[in-house]
Write a protein that binds this ligand. Structure first.
Ligand code: THU
Length: 141
């Protein structure tokens, strides 16, 4: 049996708490930061597009608690079957963009049952704002 990291175990536990009555697809995430580990699970809504993924809940949870440095992320699609393809366990594109914003490019993302990737491998060419915003004369007093 392969060794499972403590961060993956926390992601799995968070996934058990998912609110996912529409998909019944439980996902959990755990992020290690400068001030500790924060968990997240997917939270769905009857207005489907309001659903938020486990990865973003974990990262926003950490931000709300004052985390400044994001060191490592673990994700577990606990409802995925062993026979399901790896793509049914990996973070969606929107979450990859948020991960790329908050974690350094060489930080590791552990994906339960799939493997470990660096952030820059999960989303090459992530979008970044190219420069400081210029003051808008209409809104500046
Ligand atoms: N989901 C996540 O939590 N993370 C992902 O990266 C992909 C999808 C959730 C959203 C929805 O609640 C369910 O999985 C099915 O798409």
């Amino acid at each position: 049996m392969t060794q499972v990291s403590p961060l993956i175990l926390q992601a799995r536990a968070a996934g058990e708490r998912a609110y996912c009555p529409y998909s019944d697809f439980h996902v959990g995430a755990a992020v290690e930061t400068d001030i500790g580990i924060f968990e997240g699970c997917n939270v769905e809504n009857a207005s489907y597009s309001l659903t938020i993924c486990a990865e973003r809940v974990a990262l926003f949870h950490a931000i709300a608690h004052g985390a400044k440095q994001f060191l490592r992320l673990a994700v577990s699609c606990v409802s995925a079957l062993e026979t399901d393809p790896p793509e049914s366990r990996t973070p969606c594109g929107a979450c990859r963009q948020v991960i790329a914003e908050l974690l350094p490019p060489n930080a590791l993302v552990e994906i339960d049952g799939v493997g470990v990737w660096r952030v820059e491998e999960l989303l090459p060419l992530a979008f970044r704002i190219p420069r400081e915003p210029t003051p808008n004369s209409e809104t500046e007093s």
